[in-house]
Design a protein around this ligand. Sequence first.
Ligand SMILES: *Cc1c(COP(=O)(O)O)cnc(C)c1O
Length: 433
Amino acid sequence: MFDKSRELFEEAKKYIAGGVNSPVRAFKNVGRHPLFIKKAKGSKIYDEDGNEFIDYVNSWGPAILGHADDEVINKTKDALDNGFSFGAPTILETELAKRIVRAFDSIEIVRFVNSGTEAAMSAIRLARGFTSRDNILKFNGCYHGHSDSLLVGAGSGSSTFGIPSSKGVPVDFAKHTILAEFNDLDGVEEIFKKHGDTIAAVIIEPVAGNMGVIKPKDGFLKGLRSICDKHGSLLIFDEVMTGFRLTYGGAQHIYNITPDITVLGKVVGGGFPVACFGAKREIMKYLAPEGDVYQAGTLSGNPVAMACGIATLDILKRKNPYKDLEKNTSKIVSRIMGLANQYGIPASGESIGSMFSVFFMENKPSNYRDVQKSNLRLFTNYFIGLLERGIYIPPSQFESNFITIKHSLEDIENTLVAVEDIFKEIASGKFYV
Ligand SMILES: *Cc1c(COP(=O)(O)O)cnc(C)c1O
């Protein structure tokens, strides 16, 4: 079923580090080789062996409209025809910026970059420049890209591989990053009692997606807001995953908290390499060329990428699909939980907006420590079982699944049929690994 992908992976490994350009793509922790994707449309992706899959990865978040939306393609092609990189300002940058500023009350000014990693890294530098402080506080299991300061206790690929931080990150850099546990406000308070006047910023995924989906407990984000205010630290919401996905205004709109700096990526570029960070003018003016915090990018604000972002946001604004997405997502999760219960599989589910996770553990996790208790053998069997039945989910327990506006009721029913089949097999003692 996957022979061609296996061959293509062997070939790729001769030329590309580990055969992939981002580690989780390798399927390493589920003991498989990756599928080489030929094309995608709507809720489906197609691999080089000719298999069709219902896609719950959706480029790890950007494809909220489903793949290759016709309107987005046409508008992006129009931009392409005008030339694709000038290294000089275009109207398209201002147009995308306006849409972001209108969507987020916390943002008056933005700066575009090419990846979430860059955006989070630059937001941290800006916070350090603004406060003249060096330390930052992040949460165990939250992922903010792979820059040195932030690759400490990071989720996503790194929690999957069980490396708390990466080789090659100097201890001298990592020591400026203080770790706290998600949803543990007392722990944060303790840290601030000791180090409050040295902390430039607290950075958090307001809804965690990179250790699987974990929601903030009541009062947690509000507590962080008031601790930051009390100590003159900035609060950074990394909404690379949640921005324009949970609502048009991100998680901050749902929880009604105003961060000082917001980091966006993924959906904001509609699948092209776009990310940004934004804040009120008094903070953003510290950035070069106005201020002394340096940040730059040859391809930043690329016109084709901007056009794709604009087209994507305009459709979201016009269709306002968020209620329907939420309804479909909670339906999938509650039905899967029903099946797990029926077949005696230890599982818990979490969902918000169009993000969801199925954890193979009885109780819903509330932080990174909890999520480590998940049964990874069950997850791996679930993953392989789904793949062989034409359902493509992230190859890791510690990731969010995504649905798009193109996922039909039929897609959802077909997914549930596959899930039931797998749970039935597991209950009868049949495992793939
Ligand atoms: C994906 C992600 C990033 C990193 O973005 P890249 O574009 O992969 O560099 C940062 N923060 C969060 C919350 C993310 O989900």
